[in-house]
Design a protein around this ligand. Structure first.
Ligand code: 13P
Length: 260
């Protein structure tokens, strides 16, 4: 268990991978794993593509009904608006309606390829939280920014954009994810020490506003987490679990991470 009695989360971001049958099978396989009543068992969540949310939810519930583990679900993005003429967007109430508990906001792939700004990410965070979803705010630096010694500056800027709007109270239920862009999908994981250093910087920034909320805040690491490196990462005092991409599509490896 992470420090401060924070319950670890292991979350699988399935990105734009798979198709209905494969993702249903993955969800069923995961939810068929025997439930672990131990208090130190992590919370498990998956983030399927939008069209498969309902199918995955059904598969997860069916597994749990037969004695398998509880797996929560989240979406990979959310609109900053509640409803209206917004072609292609998906609102927070729709996600809640489909059984989502979590939603990623500000994933680096959306910041990079969809041009999402800190300001837009902050608005999505606010919208998700106001609809009872738990936002998972993703922050992280590029390789160029790291090499220029700007890691802390970049992640703090991304965090501050949200903190300014919601205050420390907004992080009472939210989750933070540190995902160095250079480690995503590259096989090049941040070392446990590199990740810990940034997690500590993030927690300290929240602590300046509210020490109690900071101590309870769960900060996940994402970026080439695998069965083989998860335990060393999760052993760090400020790392409270993982946001896993590629390895979450492989049931065996994802389970190794969950049980790390
Ligand atoms: P990988 O685990 O494939 O590096 O992806 C990490 C990620 O982006 C999770 O959101």
């Amino acid at each position: 268990m992470a420090e401060g009695n924070r319950r670890r989360i292991v979350a699988g971001n399935w990105k734009m991978h798979g198709a209905r049958a494969a993702l249903e099978a993955l969800a069923s396989g995961l939810a068929a794993r025997p439930a672990n009543p131990s208090e130190s068992a992590p919370e498990v969540a998956v983030f399927p593509p939008f069209p498969y949310l309902s199918a995955v939810k059904r598969a997860l519930e069916a597994g749990q009904a037969e004695g398998g583990i509880a797996v929560r679900m989240g979406a990979q993005d959310v609109s900053a608006h509640t409803e209206g003429a917004r072609t292609g967007e998906v609102s927070a109430p729709m996600l809640a309606d489909c059984g989502c508990r979590y939603v990623l906001v500000g994933h680096s792939e959306r910041r990079a390829s969809c041009g999402e700004t800190d300001e837009q990410v902050a608005r999505k965070f606010v919208r998700a939280a106001s609809e009872s979803l738990i936002p998972v705010l993703c922050v992280g630096e590029t390789l160029g920014e790291r090499n220029a010694g700007r890691t802390a500056e970049v992640v703090l800027r991304q965090l501050e954009a949200v903190l300014e709007r919601v205050g420390a109270g907004g992080f009472g239920t939210a989750v933070l994810a540190y995902e160095p862009v250079w480690a995503i999908g590259t096989g090049q994981t941040a070392t446990p020490e590199q990740a810990q250093e940034v997690h500590a910087v993030l927690r300290a920034a929240i602590a300046r506003a509210d020490a109690k909320i900071a101590a309870a805040l769960r900060i996940l690491y994402g970026g080439s987490v695998k069965g083989a490196n998860a335990a060393a990462l999760f052993a760090q005092p400020d790392i409270d679990g993982g946001l896993v991409g590629g390895a979450s599509l492989d049931l065996k490896d994802f389970w190794r991470i969950i049980t790390a």
